[in-house]
Design a protein around this ligand. Sequence first.
Ligand SMILES: *[C@@H]1O[C@H](CO)[C@@H](O)[C@H](O)[C@H]1NC(C)=O
Ligand SMILES: *[C@@H]1O[C@H](CO)[C@@H](O)[C@H](O)[C@H]1NC(C)=O
Ligand SMILES: *[C@@H]1O[C@H](CO)[C@@H](O)[C@H](O)[C@H]1NC(C)=O
Ligand SMILES: *[C@@H]1O[C@H](CO)[C@@H](O)[C@H](O)[C@H]1NC(C)=O
Length: 316
Amino acid sequence: MTKIFFFFFIIIIIIFLQSPPQIQSQTIPRNISIFILAGQSNMAGRGGVYNDTATNTTVWDGVIPQECRSNPSILRLTAKLKWEIAKEPLHVDIDVNKTNGIGPGMSFADRLFYRFGHVGLVPCSIGGTKLSQWQKGEFLYEETVRRAKAAVASSGGGSYRGILWYQGESDTVDMVDASVYKKRLVKYFTDLRSDLDQPNLPIIQAVAKISYYQSSCGVALATGAGPYLDAVRKAQLKTDLKNVYCVDAMGLPLEPDGLHLTTSSQVRLGQMIAQSFADNIPNSAQPLYMPLLITSFCCSLYIIFLEILAPTLPFL
Ligand SMILES: *[C@@H]1O[C@H](CO)[C@@H](O)[C@H](O)[C@H]1NC(C)=O
Ligand SMILES: *[C@@H]1O[C@H](CO)[C@@H](O)[C@H](O)[C@H]1NC(C)=O
Ligand SMILES: *[C@@H]1O[C@H](CO)[C@@H](O)[C@H](O)[C@H]1NC(C)=O
Ligand SMILES: *[C@@H]1O[C@H](CO)[C@@H](O)[C@H](O)[C@H]1NC(C)=O
């Protein structure tokens, strides 16, 4: 009888410790971990976006995979600089002239939020933009800085944790854009870190995908992006800046337009970015692991006692 009681008691403790922390009220958590999402269409998210031939418009299929589901611990800064529980599409009120779908942000956050308690995503990406538009002084740059600072201010002491950057396709068309890509990228990262007073802020960069996909007859087709893809990829892989990490989007399946990652590719990409973050920035707290470890340890001790030691004790 007591055996069964203790068994359930321990199971309940384990379940309790594994459940994610919840927002107690609608108040904003004080020390939220802030991630900036910047770049062009594949960061904004086009997964599940297709041409509806009946209406001749682009629509999102509305499918939100399990890996991208909302969670009270993951917030999003709206265009009006308010926090809300994040849900796909994350860029719906940011990249307003395009149809947004699934991007990498939610699957990234779903993988990592347990390390931080609360994650605050700050979407800033706009489809079709070139790196020259992200340089200091340009609208997109200043918007990013404004939104990032508002994110900290409105959360009463949040901390910047990283920048997720996925851009480059638009710079593969023109030779000049491609040849100065590295210079512009280094300047952009350095300026942004400096304006956020975070000279070492981690940057995880998704390297521009290849513009080939397998057609139904098995032939790799060249589509979409321009002829200077290799030059842009090389520049992205060699920024020589500290704390800039790359994940390679090469080979992830694309939508039939040959340009945009599918929903499942975006899920995968978000998880790859999360993995890169976890591997390279290991010092962030993992608050839920410790109690779990302690519980398992006590549980094992108890079972050892019950099954091995207790029967040998004459007075039990
Ligand atoms: C929709 O059709 C246009 C051409 O009309 C094409 O350029 C675009 O890539 C298509 N988009 C998708 C998601 O298939
Ligand atoms: C659909 O819209 C595009 C422009 O967005 C236009 O070029 C095309 O002719 C339209 N197709 C039909 C069937 O209306
Ligand atoms: C959307 O389009 C309008 C009109 O062309 C333009 O003024 C605005 O800057 C665009 N916004 C974005 C985010 O691209
Ligand atoms: C937020 O948490 C991080 C570590 O988890 C810590 O370094 C930082 O000082 C905290 N900030 C505030 C305002 O409490």
